[in-house]
Design a protein around this ligand. Structure first.
Ligand code: KQY
Length: 363
């Protein structure tokens, strides 16, 4: 029987591993909402199938899906992808799934953050979000793992850890009035330290331009390995991303990580800039939280890739840069496989490959 624990991971000797550490599975959630995914979510579903197939080259994948879509998902996904019925409000497993922690005795537990659809009643993207909020606990329950109900609103995509004591996040998201308005920066740091056993938080001022998550860090940077960061870069001074990336670089160059290392930065080109077309915008049902206006700037980033058991799965977003990014990633990750998946449909929904996946560490 699994338990919801009333202690915290740090006092119990558990820490959050980095994404490059061994994983036993990747979990995803099937896209369905027609006010987020165009044309009845069919193009997005086809993309999720491709992402799942790519990940499954090195890591088993579980796809959770509603009762209504179970039959369809089972048919279009290959038999080696596990399909499991579970209710969700949308399909961003990075944000609704558990952040797993492990100890030195080969045990793992889930951290189940409060989820409020990226901003609750202040500037959230949909209502209600109770099914999403219940997902982390259900994942842990299904895997037979105990969990902690962490006392703050947080999405998994708003943090990156290096597994050696450092956590990267953005002020824009974690200090946003729609997340934990009653907590100070120091109080939020204390919760992160208690729940992930990190020692140092590196606060990057802002996330990617026009990101509807209030600047998730996983859409701006990725941790390549402890002490090394891939950062979305923009050389066009007239682009709003220019100053955002520079400010991020300033912080990363000024700070040292939890082990006292100077941080090495690898620049990732920015795709585009990319915009939503009229046809793409018109394919989405109208809703209050998620506006899709033709011509609007999309929050496209190559940093939104997944690392899974010596395999990097990255989004193909712009023919001008896709191949260079593959070469760059191959350089950054020697002895890793690098797979690109055409990811425009995920981008149209507001995120990318990292946002729709959640790793379960191997113990
Ligand atoms: O982590 C993410 N990028 C989730 C984005 C949610 C967008 C909903 N339209």
């Amino acid at each position: 029987m699994t338990k919801q624990l009333s202690t915290n991971p740090k006092q119990d000797g558990f820490r959050m591993p980095a994404e490059h550490e061994p994983q036993s599975a990747i979990w995803m959630a099937w896209p369905e909402r027609t006010d987020n995914w165009r044309y009845g979510a069919k193009p997005a579903q086809a993309t999720f199938v491709e992402v799942a197939k790519a990940i499954a080259k090195t890591t088993p994948v579980t796809m959770v899906v509603s009762a209504e879509q179970f039959e369809n998902a089972r048919v279009v996904l290959p038999s080696y992808i596990q399909v499991l019925e579970m209710s969700t409000d949308d399909s961003w497993m990075r944000d609704i799934g558990p952040s797993y922690v492990v100890n030195d005795h080969g045990e793992r537990r889930g951290v189940d953050w409060h989820f409020n659809a990226w901003g609750g009643l202040v500037d959230g993207l949909y209502f209600p979000w109770d099914k999403d909020d219940a997902v982390a606990r259900k994942v842990c329950e299904t895997l037979g793992d105990d969990s902690y109900r962490a006392p703050i609103v947080l999405e998994g995509g708003s943090i990156h850890v290096d597994g050696e004591g450092t956590l990267y996040t953005t002020e824009e998201c974690l200090l946003h009035p729609s997340r934990n308005p009653d907590l100070t920066r120091e109080e939020i740091e204390d919760v992160l330290k208690a729940n992930l056993s990190i020692e140092k938080v590196i606060w990057i001022p802002q996330g990617l331009y026009n990101d509807e998550t209030n600047g998730h860090v996983d859409n701006l940077i990725h941790v390549v390995r402890p002490g090394e960061i891939a950062l979305t870069w923009c050389d066009d001074e007239t682009d709003p991303q220019y100053i955002i990336s520079r400010k991020a670089m300033d912080v990363l160059l000024t700070e040292t990580d939890a082990k006292g290392r100077q941080i090495k930065i690898h620049k990732l080109p920015m795709p585009g800039p990319l915009y939503i077309s009229e046809d793409e915008a018109n394919g989405v049902d109208v809703s209050e939280g998620m506006e899709r206006v033709p011509g609007e700037r999309l929050a496209g980033s190559y940093a939104n890739y997944l690392i899974s058991n010596k395999h990097v799965i990255y989004p193909l977003l712009d023919e001008v840069h896709d191949k260079d990014v593959a070469m760059l990633l191959a350089d950054l990750y020697p002895n890793y496989e690098v797979t690109g998946v055409n990811a425009r449909e995920i981008l149209l929904g507001g995120g990318n490959i990292h946002c729709i996946t959640q790793q379960i560490p191997k113990v």
